[in-house]
Design a protein. Structure first.
Ligand code: FAD
Length: 368
């Protein structure tokens, strides 16, 4: 007999583990999307998620529901009607004056109670400031798994949600499963998923739910609402045309060339992360994994190498034009059109060419 120490068999990889869903989770069915609305304005990520949720629900053969929380009234009802137009079969409506403005405590309570009563198998939220805050506390209260900032959602052969997201600083993608708990929760950043078609004639069922909420037991009080005027300044995520610069521009002064071209095209401007770190642009202009995800019709990247953390934020663009002095730069792997040249020389020429080409009428329209 060998003296070698007896070693345990290697632990089975979780990826190969068979799903053993406890009995009490087996009646969790249907796909839900949290419809994020504040003061009557629904965040567009909610519609993008209904598009993604529709595909999951169809694959599973279940219904797609929108979840609307808010104060009783017209705006909340309109959010429900709009959810049907973007693909929901039904909407869970929780109306309560306590839910007029977002506060973590009552929203978490209401959503948790709704989940425990109507039992969805998948619950999706936008990875916005509000959605991230709410998703974390709801998942913790329900003791279930939450995959944050997903870039892809799919249904596996066994019906599990396969939630893919970047990991190790964005250098790898990993797919995460919630095998033994329900609901399977995920957040997705705005503009990660395409906007689904809107059908103005589509209708659905409303399921009203009375949440057990008591203002006296809620610690956070809203004393005054002060809108952040800065927050609407950048429309990067939703712009049709985006011009961006990277370290290849070499100085903050040269970054002005990006702004000039953006101005002539009526476009938004942005940049890579090092530019934020150097103070050339504000953080609201950063594009990429830790900045904004964009889905423009045209994206012009000047002096940007195309690191994976930048790419994940721009891959949804219809047309990517890259300008770089290095013909082997990774940005050319995703660019539809590539120009191997000095951006500092090309950008002024492009700006001038567009200025001459675009009629004053078109310029006015783009600028408006
Ligand atoms: C956790 C984590 C999160 C991150 N998140 C983000 C993110 O959200 N967004 C992001 O952008 N980055 C992010 N990064 C940083 C990322 O890894 C890269 O370092 C960064 O994107 C590189 O920026 P860049 O392309 O401007 O600079 P560089 O990589 O230095 O590339 C400069 C490019 O310009 C070219 N060039 C040089 N001179 C010229 C010229 N005259 N004309 C034309 N081209 C020229 C060069 O050939 C080169 O390709 C993140 C990194 C980490 C670790």
């Amino acid at each position: 007999m060998s003296d070698a120490p007896v070693r345990d068999a290697p632990a089975q990889s979780r990826a190969n583990q068979k799903k053993e869903l406890p009995e009490h989770f087996r009646d969790y069915k249907h796909v839900w999307v949290f419809i994020e609305q504040e003061r009557g304005e629904v965040h567009p990520v909610s519609w993008e998620l209904l598009g993604a949720g529709r595909k999951l629900a169809d694959k599973l053969g279940v219904e797609l529901a929108g979840v609307v929380l808010g104060a009783p009234g017209e705006a909340t009802r309109e959010a429900v009607a709009e959810a049907f137009r973007y693909g929901a079969d039904l909407a869970y409506l929780v109306e309560d004056p306590i839910l007029a403005d977002y506060r973590n405590e009552p929203y978490s309570k209401a959503l948790t109670q709704l989940v425990n009563t109507h039992k969805p198998e998948i619950l999706l939220l936008g990875a916005t400031t509000l959605g991230r805050d709410l998703a974390g506390s709801v998942a913790t209260t329900l003791l279930t798994g939450l995959t944050a900032d997903c870039t892809e959602l799919a249904v596996d052969a066994d019906g599990s949600l396969a939630a893919t997201r970047p990991t190790f600083g964005g250098s790898l993608l990993c797919t995460i499963y919630t095998l033994n708990y329900r609901p399977q929760m995920a957040t997705v950043r705005p503009r990660q998923m395409p906007m689904p078609a809107r059908d103005a004639n589509r209708e659905g069922r409303v399921v009203s739910f009375k949440a057990d909420l008591d203002e006296d037991s809620i610690i956070t009080k809203i004393l005054k609402f002060i809108p952040d005027r800065e927050s609407t300044k950048t429309n990067l995520a939703f712009a049709d045309v985006v011009v961006a610069g990277g370290l290849g521009l070499q100085s903050a002064e040269n970054f002005q060339l990006v702004r000039n071209l953006a101005s002539v095209l009526g476009a938004e401007f942005g940049g890579s992360r090092p530019l934020v770190q150097k103070g050339w642009i504000g953080s609201d202009r950063q594009i990429g994994q830790t900045g904004k995800t964009i889905r423009p019709k045209l994206y012009i990247a000047a002096g940007i190498s195309g690191a994976i953390q930048h790419r994940v934020g721009v891959e949804g663009a219809d047309l990517i034009v890259a300008i770089n002095t290095d013909k082997n730069a990774p940005i050319f792997d995703i660019a539809h059109l590539g120009v191997v040249t000095d951006a500092i020389r090309l950008l002024p020429a492009l700006t001038e060419a567009f200025r001459r080409r675009l009629s004053p009428h078109a310029r006015d329209r783009l600028a408006s």
